[in-house]
Design a binder for this molecule. Structure first.
Ligand code: SAH
Length: 394
């Protein structure tokens, strides 16, 4: 079975970009089954790639291989999983943490598949019809690469709708404990793999938590959108005198509290259930001051149509954070919206500083941790960006 591209639409594939949009296809077989593996040919019938089809999505197919000799089968999935896990095990700090993203979808040649490991508990997500068709092969490969481990499927993500897939949570092997204990650079976390956000933890911020830890000695810290407390715990481990954790989800906040206790930090931390937008304003009005603020909001921009509105949201929280910072204070500010690129995010933060009447300098440009790698041919994988700033004049 073949997909035939419209003239000129093969150029991104020739650069090894793995997505084929519906609009690039000139002809395709009728009634393509979800996940069917097809050959992709250019308008002159020259072979370009082999891809898995998502009939319901605008991203109509995702490339499995650019090698005409390579077959798409269970052995390929096992091989790619083994290679992805080996790359993580070779990361310089692999021994320093027990929680890792082992597979980051397209970045590891496994489009639509996420695999995170929390000690002996492996959690995977299937995001696309192309991968859903290989679910049995994925399960078998995971059982082979992670023998004796508990394996949990958390395919309960909204993006599956765009692929025409239902949400699914299933225990594949072993028994899932209520909470899983992990460690990151000596800091203990309880992770709710069954009900937590993502697969339980924001692994993408691991390196940035370490950056906060190094900057936090002696600081009064405000951690906004704290989820289960990651940045706050890192600041406390780094010698922060006091941390305020703010979060709107009561369940996440309860786990943040538990995590603080697990590390013996309870004397230096307070937990506030609040909406960050109104909390920041109220703190400015109350004349509060912080030495270090972290802003790690949820994705404000889900689609292009929401770009302007999302940027207003980013500007708003950054503006109030700048106003709350003491002279010499530090801001760690993030955006996980893929549609907001690093240059745009920097501009939004610069506008916020200007409006707040502060002069700030960027000390570091931050990104997702190296277990979320970005293939040079697939820059869309770079979704998390952040800035570490210091207020130089106020
Ligand atoms: N910094 C966290 C991850 C943050 S994810 C970590 O490293 O683990 C974003 C969090 O913001 C989610 O936990 C979500 O529940 C929370 N949230 C979303 N909107 C909010 C709001 N308006 N006020 C406070 N918290 C909010």
């Amino acid at each position: 079975m073949s997909l035939i591209l419209a003239p000129g639409r093969e150029s991104s594939l020739r650069r090894r970009h793995p997505w084929i949009f519906a609009g690039a296809i000139a002809r395709q077989p009728q009634d393509l089954a979800p996940g069917a593996v097809v050959d992709v040919l250019d308008a002159t019938n020259a072979w370009c790639a082999r891809a898995g089809v998502s009939p319901a999505s605008q991203i109509r197919a995702r490339v499995w291989t650019f090698d005409p000799q390579e077959r798409v089968d269970a052995a390929l999935i096992l091989h790619r999983l083994e290679a992805a896990v080996a790359r993580r095990r070779h990361l310089p700090d692999f021994e320093a943490a027990t929680a890792w993203r082992y597979v980051f979808a397209e970045s590891d040649g496994l489009p639509g598949l996420i695999v995170d490991g929390y000690g002996e508990t492996i959690v995977f997500q299937i995001l696309t019809a192309g991968m859903e068709a290989w679910r049995d092969a994925v399960r078998t490969a995971l059982a082979a690469v992670f023998p004796q481990c508990t394996i949990l499927e958390r395919s309960d993500v909204a993006v599956r709708k765009k692929e025409g897939l239902q949400e699914r949570v299933a225990v594949i092997a072993g028994q899932v404990p209520g909470l899983v204990a992990v460690e990151e650079y000596g800091i203990r976390f309880w992770v709710d793999v069954l009900c937590g956000q993502k697969t339980g933890m924001y692994l993408d911020q691991r390196t940035n938590r370490q950056a906060v830890r190094r900057a936090a000695a002696g600081a009064r810290v405000l951690n906004c959108f704290c989820y289960t407390g990651g940045f706050g715990l890192a600041a406390l481990a780094g010698g922060a005198t006091e941390v305020t954790q703010v979060e709107s989800s009561a369940t996440a906040l309860a786990l943040a509290q538990r995590n603080a206790m697990a590390n013996g930090f309870e004397g230096r931390v307070r937990h506030v259930e609040a909406d960050v937008f109104s909390f920041l304003r109220a703190q400015v009005q109350a004349g509060e001051r912080y030495d270090l603020i972290i802003l790690d909001p949820p994705k404000f921009v889900e689609a292009k149509a929401a770009l302007a509105r999302g940027c207003r949201g980013y500007k708003d929280i950054n503006y109030w954070a700048f106003r709350l910072l003491a002279p010499g204070g530090q801001l760690f500010t993030f955006s996980c919206s893929g549609l907001v690129d690093a240059a745009l995010f920097q501009k939004v933060v610069a506008d916020a500083a200007l409006d707040a009447g502060v002069e700030a300098s960027i000390l570091a440009f931050l990104a997702q941790a190296p277990d979320h790698p970005v293939r040079t041919s697939f820059p869309e994988a770079a979704y998390l960006k952040g800035l570490h700033l210091v207020v130089t004049a106020k």
